[in-house]
Design a protein around this ligand. Sequence first.
Ligand code: AMP
Length: 450
Amino acid sequence: MLMTWSIQQRGVRRLGIDVETVYIALGSNLGDREEHLNRAIERLKATPGVAVVACSSWLETEFVGDGPEQGRFLNGVLKANTSLPPLALLGVLRALEVEAGRRSPHPRNHPRELDLDVIFYGDQEIDSRELQVPHPRWHERAFVTSPLRELGVNLDQRPRAMGTRLAHEAAKVCEQVSDWLRGGCVVGLVPTMGSLHEGHASLMRRAKAECDRVLATVFVNPLQFGPGEDFDTYPRDLERDLGVCEAAGVDTLFAPSASGMFASEFASHVGVGAAAAEMEGAVREGHFSGVATVVARLFAMTRPHRAYFGEKDAQQLVVVRRMCADLGFPVAVVACPIVREPDGLALSSRNTRLTAEDRRAAPVLYRALCAAGDRFKDGLRDRDLLVRCAQDVLATEPRCAVDYVELRRARDLAPLAAADAVCGARMLVAARFGDVRLLDNVALNDEVAP
Ligand code: AMP
């Protein structure tokens, strides 16, 4: 049953203080649920600066989302007028949650005595670390939308959280990040070249779990492609990419044009030392300078606290780490594990360009690495023999043209002396299937701290 109360404005209008209408979602699935919800309403009614106007009836719903098995929720939405500024109101709600017995901080998605979320605060949009209003997922939750309807809210006229915002202009992204930083948010950056797959999504989800806001970028960086490489044929599908970002919880996707990224008079390039001239660097001259330059540009533009890179591109990871240390970017570089197809092929945007025969042949890369890994586990430590073991497997696949197989120190990919692969070793392979070049690598063992 809908409950309404006469509005007591406590004279706030007369004092010239702004009053906003707010909608607060209430939920409980621990202890005496109804008692927790009713008590929260009573406490809010007694809070100076808050005038409770109406409350929806209670709705019983199943718990949705990740988390331990738990009881059903009792949910509802309350309408109030308030003169409290958004963060002050939030402080009141958090205090009521704690008063009801909820632990603070509360483990995510665990059962709770009381959950109080600000859904709308007038028609304000707030995007700070503590508070996002309108609530980013209000429209996905029937236990919020149906009580809102009961309270007479016209949902079609309410702004939905934007999901992933798409930005093409650097100025827009800089402004957005500045807002986040002002709101005290920890910002995570996931740089990509698009044609996004589950590997990229895993980076985004990790960023979402560790940061308050996630910025992903899609930019096919011309600086890291040499003449005759696949810059023109590199797969591009921004609409699909936006969907992947939405599903992974990315807040903003930045997809600049080449001219938006590099001014026409752009002339500064980051040099990346001798280590980047080996392996990928030897096959693709200038590649890592192009990577380091665009990453430096993105870091300067977006000022992230954390940046997420895949171990799939192990040498790139080492180059970016070195650059951060050398140039003093205050960014924590986070390495994320390789995501593979069920047959072992590492996910890559370039896989879509493989012919059906080459796609069937390509898992040989992972098989070769695993064969060397097995020999390593059996005690083989001789670098040359381990490399030969992988090469022998690769040689069984005539469609595979090997560029290199290397066994390197995992930490910095420095060369290992023969028979020295005892501590933190990574085996890397690059090979061509037709005109598609694929990379893969595995760690043979973990580095043991000295
Ligand atoms: P790219 O779009 O190829 O430049 O990749 C963007 C980021 O995603 C890089 O940090 C890659 O290392 C990472 N990445 C690409 N493929 C995978 C994968 N299969 N698993 C994990 N990370 C990946």
